[in-house]
Design a protein around this ligand. Structure first.
Ligand code: SIN
Length: 310
């Protein structure tokens, strides 16, 4: 018998989990971010002794996620995590950028209490929605004393923020932790832990500058025939950092590499990630562009942005 108790705060940000379609048979032609978070919670099973508090932080399609929403969300998380009676936080979120928000919160909160992101691949109006089970599972994880730090709960699986990636555009089991493997499974409201929750060297939320002042870091990709024109244009446009989604072990073709090295000489911070869905860039002493070890391009961008912040 697991001990669960306390207040769980559920912060709504939108996404397909809050999506509405004209027909219950339509799982693709819907508008994300329409149903209020307290409506999503209606009738859901909660662990014994658990009280829910819902708050709508945003109501967007997560393809439109931006620094302003991240700053507000991080602020609300920090506020609630500091309350003694709060056991954990659940964030309802669109799946498209969930891994980015999870990693951002992991870096700025590094909490001892759980912060659990979840969402859905089918809208709330679907004849067979996946959102209610994902949300019930996320609440069970947030209420479980074995859980800590930021994670994503989806299709009965708990993924760590540094590893999780959306890997499918349609299937309900859309997330993977790659070769790191999941942290745990949720089975009938119970957590089966597989490995330790990752820790974070966190930067405290109150020290974040105003979102308008966050450093601009862009992602460029290596591909057959890639050139340096995009890098040159971004440098002219005043970019502070560049992440290159390299091929294989973070490799970059000659023309693109020349542009990136020149950008680096002009003070632009450059990191090399890999466009491969799995594995990590393994650095070597001969590297002229530093590797973003263990991070996907979108997460390397967040890490670099935080590194460059005043
Ligand atoms: C979104 O990311 O907000 C839309 C797609 C989804 O939630 O699955």
């Amino acid at each position: 018998m697991q001990v669960t108790a306390g207040k769980i705060v559920v912060l709504g940000t939108g996404g397909t989990i809050a999506g509405r379609a004209a027909s219950a048979a339509d799982n693709v032609g819907y508008r994300a971010g329409e149903v209020a978070v307290d409506e999503l919670l209606r009738g859901l099973p909660v662990p014994p002794g658990t009280r829910l508090h819902a708050e709508q932080v945003a109501q967007i399609d997560s393809k439109d996620m931006d620094f302003a929403v991240w700053a507000t969300l991080a602020g609300r998380c920090a506020h609630w995590l500091a309350q003694d009676d709060v056991a954990g936080i659940v964030v309802t979120h669109g799946t498209d950028t969930m891994e980015e928000t999870a990693y951002f919160l992991h870096c700025v909160l590094g909490p001892a209490k759980p912060v659990v992101l979840t969402g859905a691949m089918r809208p709330a109006t679907s004849a067979a929605p996946d959102g209610p089970q994902n949300l019930a599972d996320a609440i069970a994880v947030a209420a479980d004393p074995q859980a800590r730090g930021t994670c994503v709960v989806f299709a009965g699986t708990v993924h760590g923020a540094p590893d999780v990636q959306k890997v499918h555009s349609y299937r309900i089991d859309a997330f993977s932790s790659g070769d790191a493997g999941p942290l745990a499974y949720v089975e009938e409201g119970r957590l089966r832990v597989l490995r330790a929750w990752p820790g974070a060297d966190s930067r405290a939320v109150p020290t974040l500058p105003r979102p308008a002042g966050w450093p601009r870091v862009e992602i460029v990709m290596n591909h057959a025939g890639a050139g340096r024109a995009i890098v040159d244009a971004l440098v002219r446009d005043g970019v502070a950092g560049l992440v290159v989604a390299g091929t294989g072990n973070g490799t970059v073709n000659h023309a693109l590499e020349a542009g990136l090295l020149e950008a680096q000489q002009h003070g632009v911070a450059v990191r090399r990630a890999s466009r491969c869905a799995q594995g990590r860039v393994l650095p070597s002493p001969a590297d002229r562009l530093p590797a973003a070890v263990g991070l996907s391009p979108v997460k390397a961008r967040i890490a670099l942005m935080l590194e460059l912040m005043p």
